[in-house]
Design a binder for this molecule. Structure first.
Ligand code: SF4
Ligand code: SF4
Length: 728
């Protein structure tokens, strides 16, 4: 399954991007992805804000056109309405085209229990129905099945031997099997891609002709749709059309676009069931109401690295992909979302492709913190975050660990499987040993960064030295991973900054920014660490007079300048929000700072020449998720490598796809992390590069560990280390 999804993802990305670019080139920037999504977002926001008026308008228009509109509060309510309709009309056979809402309310099951047969006529949905499965993808329901498996299911269902290889033959069988059902069914049930309020019209976008047969042949047509499908005008629906197929399958348009305004012939009935089922609660929530903008394109599933590994049955409940993790608590309860939400590695890729700009990653984190608030944290995480939130205890324990880790490291920078194997039988050590089979873990540094930097940590002293008018001071926020695990990365950052003539201060009170706790949904400890960090940085700026705060961990930067804002806003901590806002303007990631300040102001010193016998390395670059998806950094590091350092850069495939680190997700779901890591390192090796560079210590830890555990011929460096190596 994951091979099929991995194969689909790159071609989908390519065609999606090419189509949006081609449309913008032909029709102008008003038709670019960014403009279209702004327009659709605005239309959807209007529909959410004025839902009652829109419902009234839609009902009025649809009723005037001869349709019956029923508002169902719950799944049970909607199911009952459809069942009663069947009963009144003596209907025992229904044909359906694909509707995720009917999956949401488990309509087939409800009807089956009452003696009514509902036949799915979408090819994929029918195969899933025959195999008693749910769709694993909102647009391509059986993307998890091979053609051989489809052949097997069809052979079983028809009692005839159907080809396992010939897809055309399989499709022909399905068509034949459905023909009779279309002609004899008493009811057709479809979903809706939009409900257009100004005319009472139902818009349907499909790729198979079955949608039109379902809506036109039977004497009764039931449209099942959530309130979230309402759009004010036809023009808004056109904008949605321009985004939907491009986002969903990378097609310019779906094969069929159908508009239905009331019954199309005398005697025909059209019933439109408007479903709430948790949507009102979503609308009442200032953050989650944004999820009602969703047009169910599944782009957030297509792009999602863990989804590609586990598929939609695991990554979601009924709705899959990122949006599935967000809406499931409202439709099916928090407990249904508890397991799947833990698969998200917070790579933020989904938000970049969502055609209605739903802040999916932060909503998933909100779901996670609700799960934690209701179920509590696992004891190990509680323990770890409890320690992390106490700087002195953390300092003591990491120093003790640096001494006591010898049996697991034998003095090397890694905790390796071969060192741990003899202890695997000891209580509690097996899970740790297993984690190092495919990725060595970093050893704690005997001397953390804070011990290595001398006077820079003395803020008062540096401030009193006085400043030249052209002197620039930066406050360096290292992040706990650099401080305790990779001090050499921190030293490289300081070396580069100082060689550019900057005065660098390192506030000794700096500690973890709280990212691990916040990413795990532990707001209690996360908020404490966020406040501690804001206080510490304010004080450092005040005491040192620094112009900038520079950080060489893009994960920490995103936490400081984006996540804190959302957190304090959400908790309505206005004064902390204001304090964070005024700090955020002074914080820069190392790569941007290097390029936009140091290189732009010509502060970078001359680079050294190659030593005799030294050959310049060939470099490949991994875009960390936080760098590219959250900070929008795509060209900056490449400019540094190519233009500033003059090195050859060879692009790897999918350089901006997650490496699988994802914080604690790589520990909770090692099978996903391992596959993503293996893929990333394979892509890096394919380039023939000898150096793999990135700008985020989390990714570097994961990549280095994978290289070490598998003996791969790659050196893995932080961009700052690479630059430091080339300073004269
Ligand atoms: S943030 Fe990344 S891992 Fe999480 S749902 Fe979005 S794409 Fe998937
Ligand atoms: S959340 Fe966005 S990307 Fe995901 S299905 Fe909805 S509209 Fe598409």
């Amino acid at each position: 399954m994951h091979r099929a999804l991995e194969r689909f993802a790159p071609s989908w990305r390519q065609s999606r991007q090419a189509l949006f670019e081609a449309t913008a080139a032909e029709y102008g920037s008003d038709y670019s992805f960014v403009s279209l999504r702004q327009r659709l977002r605005a239309a959807k926001d209007e529909a959410i804000a004025h839902q009652q008026e829109l419902v009234a308008r839609f009902k009025e228009q649809a009723t005037a056109a001869g349709a019956v509109v029923y508002e169902a509060r719950s799944a049970e309510d909607a199911n009952r309405y459809i069942y009663e309709l069947c009963r009144r009309k003596g209907i025992t056979l229904i044909v359906k085209s694909k509707t995720m809402v009917s999956e949401e309310i488990e309509l087939n099951h409800y009807l089956e229990e009452r003696g009514i047969k509902a036949v799915e006529t979408d090819l994929g949905e029918w195969v899933a129905q025959l195999d008693h499965e749910r769709p694993s993808h909102m647009v391509m329901p059986i993307i998890h099945k091979t053609r051989q498996q489809v052949g097997e299911v069809l052979s079983r269902a028809t009692g005839r031997e159907i080809s396992r290889e010939n897809v055309a033959e399989q499709v022909a069988v399905i068509r034949r099997e459905h023909r009779q059902a279309f002609l004899t069914a008493g009811m057709g049930i479809s979903g809706a891609n939009a409900l257009i309020a100004e005319s009472g019209t139902v818009m349907l976008n499909t790729n198979e002709g079955n949608g039109r047969m379902v809506t036109s042949l039977p004497p009764v047509h039931v449209v099942l749709a959530g309130y979230d499908k309402l759009l004010p005008t036809f023009a808004d629906a056109m904008t949605q059309i321009r985004l939907l197929a491009r986002s969903a399958t990378g097609q310019p348009m779906t094969s069929y676009t159908t508009f239905i305004t009331g019954p199309d012939r005398p005697g025909k009935e059209v019933h439109i069931v408007l479903l709430d089922n948790g949507r009102s609660a979503m609308r009442a929530d200032p953050r989650f109401k944004e999820a009602l903008r969703c047009i169910r394109c599944a782009a957030c599933a297509n792009i999602c690295p863990p989804y590609q590994q586990v598929g939609g049955h695991a990554f979601g409940y009924i709705y899959s992909g990122a949006i599935g993790l967000v809406v499931t608590p409202f439709h099916h309860g928090l407990e249904a979302a508890a397991g799947p939400q833990s698969l998200c590695v917070s790579c933020n890729a989904c938000e970049t492709v969502c055609p209605v700009e739903i802040p999916l990653p932060s909503l998933i984190l909100d779901v996670r913190s609700r799960v934690v608030a209701s179920e509590g944290l696992p004891w190990l995480k509680r323990l770890i975050f409890g320690v992390l939130a106490r700087p002195r205890l953390f300092d003591l324990l990491t120093r003790l660990a640096a001494v006591g880790q010898w049996p697991a490291t034998r003095g090397t920078p890694y905790v390796r499987y071969r060192y741990l194997r003899p202890f695997e039988g000891l209580p509690g050590l097996r899970p740790l040993a297993q984690l190092t089979r495919w990725r060595s873990l970093p050893a704690f540094a005997r001397r953390p960064l804070r011990d290595r930097i001398g006077v820079r940590a003395n803020l008062a002293a540096t401030h009193q030295e006085g400043r030249r008018s052209d002197e620039m001071t930066v406050c360096y926020f290292a992040g706990c991973m650099t401080d305790r695990l990779y001090p050499e990365m921190g030293e490289a950052v300081i070396q580069v900054l100082e060689r550019c003539g900057l005065r660098v201060v390192f506030p000794r009170a700096q500690h973890c920014c709280g990212l691990p706790a916040l990413n795990s949904g532990d707001r209690q400890h996360g908020v404490a660490m966020a406040k501690q960090t804001v206080r510490m940085l304010e004080r450092a700026l005040d005491e040192s007079g620094a112009d900038y705060i520079v950080c060489a961990s893009t994960s920490c930067v995103v936490t400081l300048i984006q996540d804190y804002l959302r957190l304090f806003e959400d908790l309505q901590l206005q004064s902390w929000l204001n304090r964070t806002r005024s700090l955020a303007g002074r914080i820069m990631d190392f790569t941007s700072f290097l390029l936009r300040v140091l290189v732009a102001q010509q502060r970078l010193p001359t680079l050294r020449r190659l030593r005799p016998g030294e050959t310049a390395p060939v470099v490949t670059y991994h875009d960390s998720c936080q760098s590219c998806n959250c900070l929008g950094l795509r060209t900056e590091a490449r400019q540094v490598i190519r233009d500033v350092l003059g090195l050859e850069l060879r692009e790897m495939r999918d350089s901006d796809v997650c490496c699988g680190f994802g914080g604690s997700t790589s520990i909770e779901h090692p099978e996903i992390a391992e596959r993503l890591l293996e893929r990333k390192l394979r892509h890096a090796e394919e380039t023939g590069a000898t150096l793999l560079v990135s700008d985020n210590p989390g990714c570097l830890m994961h990549l280095r560990g994978g290289v070490d555990a598998n003996g791969r011929p790659l050196r893995v460096l932080h961009l700052a280390q690479l630059v430091a190596e080339y300073l004269a």
